[in-house]
Design a protein around this ligand. Structure first.
Ligand SMILES: Cc1cc2nc3c(=O)[nH]c(=O)nc-3n(C[C@H](O)[C@H](O)[C@H](O)COP(=O)(O)OP(=O)(O)OC[C@H]3O[C@@H](n4cnc5c(N)ncnc54)[C@H](O)[C@@H]3O)c2cc1C
Length: 445
């Protein structure tokens, strides 16, 4: 067997694989852990990967009484789902790319709108303590933006509670006159994605799903009409397999799936808990915030009164926590000059990988691939996983329960290799983000 050299810490940051203990979302208190698979068992559906997609799929299969076994390489929430920025965005940025889906586009958008509160609904239904809050979202800009105006009109027509706002409203929402224009979505908000993912897994287990941790899948081979999914110490014989591994890189089974995506490393950080007067200076409304059009420092305030933000690290420098925290502080001081004397310290810094289906940010939509007869992959959730993961996991579970894969709101596609997988990363890390930082520094956006 090939033995791999251990990753250095900087390599692990760069690969988005730094120990999940570094994630600011992981609580201090011990959580339920899942034992490895041992021995040979059988089931109807094997789910590979327990992130937001796999956890929701498992939960909704269990809800429908379908026998499901979930195999997770580490523990639930170990991937991007335990490492993200916590935004629950209940609208889509751009519907244009959906045109290619024909009639299915309307079905998808209707489904998305109907279930846009799925994060909050699942937390309420299953008593998941995911620190989820419907605190709304603000997209803040330095000057009027036609694209935001059009977006507000479009989603208002769909019945969304969103308004174009100017300086006085933004001052009330964000405690600053730095921004002159924006959208106030009284929809969506924040969640602790690690706790939410784990909460879905626990609920699924309570309803009969079998979940195994520390069980990386090593092989997936056909056995008659069924599939045998193997781990180091056991195997599962199953009718169907659904791969929910996000970035598939490094997986020995169906390795071509790794070529369907544009991976991008992102970093995130949390401050230590801040006193109310500092938070009031930064964000009296406590809404989730993004800057338009750069999206440089998305920000949520969590239940522990911490600021949590994310950005894209410089090429090869994902481990330089202090550098990105300094950028963030400089941004805060520019946008909220009252914070210059505040003691704002970093509590946690971590990285993760997003797997995107497009090299164009707003054209990025999740994919449902038919890999082989009986094998599907729900992946490439991009930067929308907090809502898309639970939503699409539910849709696919309902489709599988009724034996009609095409009933899923996503089109079932053939995996297509992308020509230059590193293209998105190159554009983003080398060009767009450095430019956005300069634009932000000079207030040019
Ligand atoms: C820094 C950052 C910020 C982000 N911010 C946001 C945000 O604010 N809002 C938002 O909606 N989205 C955000 N995202 C995106 C979101 O986190 C992802 O879209 C989502 O988590 C993907 O979920 P997933 O279930 O597809 O994958 P993952 O969470 O990555 O889960 C895949 C799982 O598969 C497991 N696995 C892999 N290989 C194997 C194997 N061989 N056998 C068994 N298991 C395996 C992994 O261990 C992992 O647990 C962000 C992402 C990052 C990295």
């Amino acid at each position: 067997m090939m033995s791999l050299a251990p990753m250095s810490t900087s390599e692990a940051y760069e690969a988005g694989a730094i120990d999940i203990a570094y994630s600011g979302w992981r609580p201090q208190e011990p959580l339920a852990t899942y034992a490895p698979l041992a021995g040979d068992i059988d089931t109807d559906v094997v789910v590979i990967g327990a992130g937001l997609a796999g956890a929701s799929l498992t939960l909704h299969l269990a809800e429908r009484g379908v026998r499901a076994v979930t195999l997770e390489a580490r523990q639930p929430g170990n991937g991007a789902s335990g490492r993200n920025a916590g935004h629950v965005q209940t609208f889509l940025d751009d519907l244009e790319p959906l045109r290619a889906w024909g009639d299915r586009a309307t079905r998808f958008v209707d489904f998305f709108i109907e279930h846009r509160n799925i994060v909050f609904d699942l937390c309420a239904k299953y008593g998941i303590d995911g620190d989820a809050a419907k605190c709304g979202m603000v997209e803040a800009a330095l000057r009027p933006q036609r694209a935001l105006e059009r977006k507000a009109a479009q989603w208002k027509a769909y019945g969304y509670d969103v308004d174009v706002v100017g300086t006085p409203e933004l001052r009330a929402l964000l405690g600053t006159e730095h921004y002159r224009y924006g959208l106030h979505w009284r929809e969506g908000g924040r969640v602790n994605p690690f706790l939410f993912t784990n909460g879905m897994v626990s609920a699924a287990v309570r309803m009969g799903a079998r979940v195994y941790g520390d069980s990386p899948v090593l092989a997936c081979t056909r056995e008659g009409q069924r599939w045998r999914v193997r781990t180091a110490a056991g195997s599962v014989l199953t009718q169907r397999v659904v791969i929910c591994t996000n970035g598939h890189a490094g997986n020995p089974f169906f390795p071509d799936l790794a070529r369907t995506q544009y991976p991008l490393v992102a970093c995130a950080m949390a401050t230590r808990p801040l006193p109310a007067h500092v938070l009031d200076a930064i964000n009296p409304s406590r809404a989730a915030v993004t800057q338009f059009p750069t999206g440089l420092y998305p920000m949520v305030i969590d239940g522990r009164n911490r600021l949590i933000t994310a950005t894209i690290p410089h090429p090869g420098r994902a481990h330089e926590a202090q550098a990105y925290f300094s950028y963030f502080l400089q941004h805060l001081h520019r946008a909220h000059p009252q914070t210059r004397d505040a003691n704002i310290e970093m509590e946690a810094y971590w990285t993760g990988i997003t797997a995107n289906s497009s090299s164009v940010y707003h054209a990025d939509f999740p994919k449902l691939y038919r890999v082989e007869d009986g094998v599907l992959a729900l992946m490439n959730l991009g930067t929308w996983g907090n809502v898309m993961g639970p939503l699409l996991g539910m849709s696919l579970a309902h489709a599988l329960a009724s034996n009609r894969t095409d009933a899923c709101v996503l089109p079932v596609e053939k995996p297509e290799r992308v020509r230059v997988p590193r293209l998105f990363e190159f554009k983003t890390r080398h060009l767009m983000i450095p430019a956005a930082r300069i634009i932000d520094r000079l207030n040019l956006a």
